[in-house]
Design a protein around this ligand. Sequence first.
Ligand code: ADP
Ligand code: MG
Length: 303
Amino acid sequence: MDDSRETKAVVGTRRLKEAMDKPANLRIITVANQKGGVGKTTTTVNLAAALSMGGLRVLVIDLDPQGNASTAFGVEHLENPGIYEVLMGQMAMSECAQKVKGFPSLECISSNTSLAQAEIELVPMVAREMRLKDAIEELVAVRARDAEPLDYIFIDCPPSLGLLTINALSAAKEMLIPIQCEYYALEGLSQLLKTFDLVKKRLNTDLKLSAFVLTMFDGRTRLANDVADEIRKHYPNELIDIPIPRAVRVSEAPGFHQTVMTYDASSPGAIAYMLVARELAARSKAFDSNVVSIHYKREGGIA
Ligand code: ADP
Ligand code: MG
């Protein structure tokens, strides 16, 4: 059966199983926006799920005390140790990684409300902005030793620009910004970008603004299209121009401790997230070529 005769949904589900481009180097992506309810967690868990289904090794760090990503993945997060214990130095990250059921290679570092104290408890600590980065380095070293290197780490941020988000931006190589195509979508964006610039200048010179994802898009409204046009105009290279539709299946899935990728793989929301994940993976090449050229120059220098 050729594509033209298949329905969009069938094409979508079939493509879910196609392998995705494997990055040459681990990608660490912080999903940030200090506004609440814009789709950070939904985007994080569904992109992670889609990449995992595409054959890649993925880890999600739930850095929000609300623990929504942990809930969506159905991992135990009220009793088990998670990111709070890791940031406080009580546990190694490699000891806390929990497998997400139903996926070949998807893991989660869970969080719960105790993480809310971390914002305060981190303040007097040495190198308080670097705690997450150090913890990730431990995990990456363990995985390299076990010959099970990760392809992607996603960090789901809380809705603030406090120390947790600063830790996430210090630990990441990339920032992904979900934009809710609604009123006030762009309000606060300049503050987020200021924080990004500050972290890049002072704490993490390698950090890149790599992607915008349009969430909860309703193409029938003029407003949603205006927001999309605005991002398209200012960030043509960063925008992944595949809007995620506002769709009831997407919002139902966490209630069943699932991502929409497993809850209803042929629904429009799942297909859109799969296509965005595919585009994100395809863009690894641009990323890799930068990294490769840097390595090459360094080696050349030594020789
Ligand atoms: P954040 O993490 O930024 O606070 P969430 O990802 O939790 O935002 O999303 C906020 C709410 O919107 C949640 O109830 C979620 O289920 C819902 N939601 C997110 N994306 C969609 C979508 N594409 N369609 C319908 N509901 C959505
Ligand atoms: Mg969230």
